[in-house]
Design a protein around this ligand. Structure first.
Ligand SMILES: NC(=O)C1=CN([C@@H]2O[C@H](COP(=O)(O)OP(=O)(O)OC[C@H]3O[C@@H](n4cnc5c(N)ncnc54)[C@H](O)[C@@H]3O)[C@@H](O)[C@H]2O)C=CC1
Ligand SMILES: O=C([O-])CC(=O)C(=O)O
Length: 259
């Protein structure tokens, strides 16, 4: 499997290390595309990949799958192009899928080209449960409470914890596009962007990015707490988010599907 990566940030760099250096996936990253020439050149040198600033050149390469590890606007701008150029697409910036029209466009492009789209479970878990719980429409309530350090949320120091946001997943991703992609994942697996409830707490004592996911319905109730260690280079991003992409790659094409 030949892999291309969009983005040169923390997730991208970690994936290159795991895939190309440690060979933890049956495949190789051959090309990276990004806007930061210096970082891109560094990644190219360290991991033996080609770096492209120009997306049109990058997308014509012979790769099987493109991983987006950049930003919501990049996923939104590039997903359909990736599919129409005959490559599978793995997204990190799930907030791009807030718009139901965009999701339909992506589905149509994937159907036309026979390629697949993966939305990894990112920094959370429990998506399998939400899908099962809603199999006959029995899911009634989904709520995520996210707790991060003020620094991760782009705030200065504070003395006490503060509830920064309470509202729907759709509203949350508009206000915190780099911090609450997980709420969009929950929406897609469960009740949609308007009915998925979100609370975001800035906590000066938080050393981890914690997500409490509560759900209820005809199946019963669930409460799941994920206490994520942050990526060393980007406290906003949990380490688990990068691991979830590796797991998708490790299971790609596997005839036995778990979960
Ligand atoms: N699905 C999930 O559970 C999670 C998703 N994420 C998302 O994954 C993505 C990548 O995360 P990190 O690697 O930690 O971020 P990062 O900030 O370390 O790197 C982002 C990269 O994208 C590039 N970029 C940003 N905006 C761009 C634009 N408009 N055009 C072109 N390039 C652009 C930057 O230059 C950089 O190379 C982010 O969107 C983040 O919000 C992060 C954590 C969890
Ligand atoms: O990494 C995390 O814990 C969550 C996050 O930033 C996101 O969902 O955008």
């Amino acid at each position: 499997m030949k892999i291309g990566v969009l983005g040169t940030g923390n997730i991208a760099a970690y994936l290159l290390e795991c895939i190309n250096d440690k060979q933890l996936v049956d495949g190789e990253v051959t090309a990276v595309c990004g806007r930061n020439r210096e970082t891109g050149a560094g990644l190219a040198e360290r991991h033996g990949v080609r770096f492209y600033e120009n997306f049109e050149e990058f997308i014509r390469l012979d790769v099987d799958v493109v991983i987006e590890a950049a930003a919501i606007e990049v996923a939104a701008a590039r997903a359909v192009d990736v599919l129409m150029n005959g490559k599978d697409f793995i997204a990190s910036s799930i907030g791009a899928f807030k718009d139901a029209g965009f999701l339909e466009e992506v589905k149509t492009a994937a159907q036309k080209t026979g390629r697949s789209v993966h939305l990894p479970s990112g920094a959370i878990g429990g998506l399998d449960l939400l899908k099962s719980a809603n199999a006959i429409g029995g899911l009634e309530k989904v709520r995520i409470t996210t707790r991060k350090s003020p620094e991760s949320l782009g705030l200065g120091p504070m003395d006490e914890e503060r509830l920064l946001f309470e509202g729907s997943a759709g509203e949350a991703i508009g206000k915190f596009p780099k911090n609450i992609n997980v709420a969009l994942l929950l929406s897609l697996a469960g009740l949609g962007t308007e009915k998925t409830e979100v609370r975001i707490i800035a906590d000066p004592a938080a050393k981890r990015n914690t997500h409490l996911i509560e759900a209820g319905g005809s199946f019963g109730d669930m409460a799941l707490t994920v206490e994520n260690k942050p990526m060393p280079g980007n406290p906003k991003t949990s380490y688990l988010a990068a691991l979830s992409i590796l797991s998708v790659l490790q299971n790609k094409g596997n005839p036995v599907v778990i979960g």
